[in-house]
Design a protein around this ligand. Sequence first.
Ligand code: ADQ
Length: 477
Amino acid sequence: MSRLIVVSNRVSPPGPEGASSQGGLAMAISAALREYSGIWFGWSGQSTPQYTGQISVQRAGGVTVATMDLEEQDIQEYYNGYANRTLWPLFHYRIDLTQYERSYGSGYARVNARFAEMLMPLIAPDDLIWVQDYHLIPLGRELRERGAKNAIGFFLHIPWPARELMATLPRHRQLVEAMFHYDVIGFHTEEWKNAFISYVLYEAGGMQVSDGSLRAFGRTTLPQAFPIGIDAQGFVALKQSDAGVESYSRVQESKLGRKMLLGVDRLDYSKGIEERFLAFERLLSEHPEMKQEIFLLQISTPTRSEVDAYQDMVTRLDAHSGRINGAFAEMDWIPIRNVHRVHSREELAGIYRAADVALVTPLRDGMNLVAKEFVAAQDEEDPGVLVLSRFAGAAQQMKEALIVNPFSVEDVADAIRKALAMPVEERRNRWRALMDGVEREDILAWRDSFVASLEAARERTAKPPKPARIAAPRREG
Ligand code: ADQ
């Protein structure tokens, strides 16, 4: 079996306490690497005064991890700059927050070249290489320029934007051209895949071939949808663990018989937390009889605090929750419990289980794993209800959720009322259908289907190509 090399911006190998400290994606990558005896390569998260070209290699939890440090300037330009101030907002449809600076672009190019330089000596001819996410789009091209002939795949964890938005990015063609150095490009959904295809056909003058591959810039690549999932059985075990049961009991007791609405997010403007607070405010002002009956527990992990847009959002969120609590709270009831901290996976499973309604209302989200974790943590006999934004990739699979438009406070407020009033039979039926999907399309299915596609790409390049039929140009629609 060939080795697998996974490359991501950051690496998070299993800690001493095992896999339960890792997020779902990190667990899947670790499991894939154990199976394929591969390497996980990325930035250590540390800065160094000067780039040294040195790699540190360790074994952790049965996985070989190779990391490099970055200079402070790299971190500012590549990570806080191009990745988080340019690509993240643009790909989440926030051109109002997107910042373009030449120094960001050159830092992004420089760090991707350094990743390639450090990685090349670790690559054997038969290795499969799997690059993760928007931080590393040019890495495939950098590796090819240094002579890598391996099958190289890329997976985008965030949405691909509509081509009109993509065209607002200076040097957008160059970024898309870089994607054509990968043999396989994975997106979470058909929608993101089709947005990419649309750019290639109508902006880059490319063409689609009958086997689904795309030709442009003198190269061919295969775009495919691979919806990411969670370790569903593992999540059920987390909720049944001692820490999971304890956190469930703690939250359950604190509810005092009230219904709990739950939000769990990284503190990111794409997650729609502000709009969620406004919808909750609307519900309380239009239905004062619901006061005392419900409350919202919002658990948010701070991230990217060096980027202004994140600091501004936290200030606005605190102002919203302060205003809403000030206006509606009573001496024995507070409408929003706003918690900014990281919980263990077990604690989180217990909290999900205690929730009556989950509010997963991002304005734009590649997939959203919280929606799937919430479903996996529910009790079969008395499951909670999932309210899910139509703009999360997850909405394309999780059709039995209450699907909402997160930009409409009325729509979300109505869905909350509907969820709270839903008869238990309907809750069970919807949950069963959702859980079947979460179990079927789990994290292993995601990993295996991507690796299989990469292996197939390697077989294809090993054989002489058959003449391919060119598909008729698609009409836009
Ligand atoms: P994220 O934007 O980080 O991921 P999401 O998919 O929801 O979004 O994953 C968040 C993860 O963090 C979940 O596993 C959740 O349990 C965990 N988490 C959130 N708050 C937490 C807290 N307070 N304590 C502990 N854990 C917490 C990106 C894309 C998504 C895509 C994923 C995977 O933006 O669209 O689904 O990658 O591809």
